[in-house]
Design a protein around this ligand. Structure first.
Ligand SMILES: [Fe+2]
Length: 319
């Protein structure tokens, strides 16, 4: 089935907001296209191995004292203003790095904040959990978000370290009517055009496959969801991407005044937080909501980002 055929079905059979396309063939992707793994160098293999060996035992150790965590109970809300004629008046919430293995009261606070922001869509850029036992807790949280707005998410390095198969994430996501994008794209119709949401697998583990980015088109805004900031090093000028959202850095997680950020996972390439640019592309690094390896954050509050698309400014005329 081609994209045009699918669009016709959507028009004739009522609203349908997602489908998968391939940039080169303009055909719908099938399940086998989802997780094509790219070549991995030996340092990356070593890092994945070390990450896998350290991550799970540490999370299990700290789960023995489940309520001991510090610096995670309050979050900041960052407003990102964007302009695109197809999305004027729309609003989205971006969350990342949930690392949600146990549902805490702070997750209720996050849901309440998201609800009060009235988003049209919710985007989540990976590191959903750390251990398989976290799945019911994670989807308890995601199901609550889904009552607020459609949720689109992709995977991060810890989602792979956890050992949970991609198919299991996909099945759970389907069951909760959540859109998991793993080297796939979804198209959402808006009042003035369309929003393409591209979700790639984790760039820090070299799983991202940008061939799912569709070509440039009129009245189309393309948003790229990727877990790690090094995706900015892979998007050349040919890719029609209006905005990239990612996480992975945790903002450094521990910030000691007067000392440069000393903890950044591979795949950040020095990008700690906030806006970064390369050529025509802009990337926002969200500090995320959870923790890695040690359950505390220092001078680095969790972050909820809000993207607001505002009216295009009329160019000033000179006579
Ligand atoms: Fe993370």
């Amino acid at each position: 089935m081609t994209v045009e055929q699918y669009r016709r079905i959507c028009r004739e059979e009522g609203p349908c907001y997602t489908f998968w396309i391939h940039a080169e063939t303009d055909r719908l992707l099938t399940g086998s296209d989802m997780t094509r793994r790219l070549t991995v160098s030996w340092p990356d293999r070593l890092r994945s191995f070390i990450g896998y060996c350290l991550s799970e035992p540490l999370y299990r150790a700290f789960s023995l004292v489940p309520h001991w965590e510090w610096g995670l109970s309050n979050h900041d809300v960052s407003i990102l203003t964007q302009r695109h004629p197809s999305l004027t008046g729309c609003r989205a919430v971006h969350l990342t790095d949930l690392h949600l293995d146990r549902y805490y009261p702070r997750h209720d606070k996050i849901v309440t904040t998201v609800e009060q922001l009235h988003p049209d869509w919710i985007f989540i850029t990976g590191d959903l959990l750390n251990v398989p036992e976290g799945l019911p807790h994670l989807f308890q949280f995601l199901a609550r978000l889904r009552t607020i707005a459609p949720v689109y998410m992709t995977l991060g390095n810890h989602d792979h370290y956890s050992g949970v198969p991609v198919a299991e994430y996909a099945e759970q996501a389907d069951r909760h009517k959540i859109t998991l994008l793993v080297n796939q794209s979804a198209i959402v119709s808006t009042a003035r055009g369309e929003l393409v949401i591209v979700g790639v697998d984790d760039p820090s583990l070299h799983r991202a496959d940008l061939r799912c980015v569709p070509p440039r088109a009129d009245h189309r805004c393309t948003l790229l969801l990727a877990h790690a900031p090094n995706i900015l090093d892979y998007v050349d000028t040919n890719y029609a991407i209006d905005l990239i959202l990612c996480g992975h850095s945790h903002g450094g997680q521990w910030r000691v005044p007067g000392i440069p950020t000393f903890w950044l996972p591979p795949g950040c390439n020095g990008r700690v937080a906030g806006w970064h640019e390369s050529g025509a592309h802009r990337l926002y690094v969200n500090r995320g909501l959870g923790w890695s390896f040690l359950p505390f954050r220092l001078n680095c509050r969790p972050e909820i980002a809000v993207i607001e698309w505002i009216e295009e400014q009329t160019p000033t005329r000179t006579t």
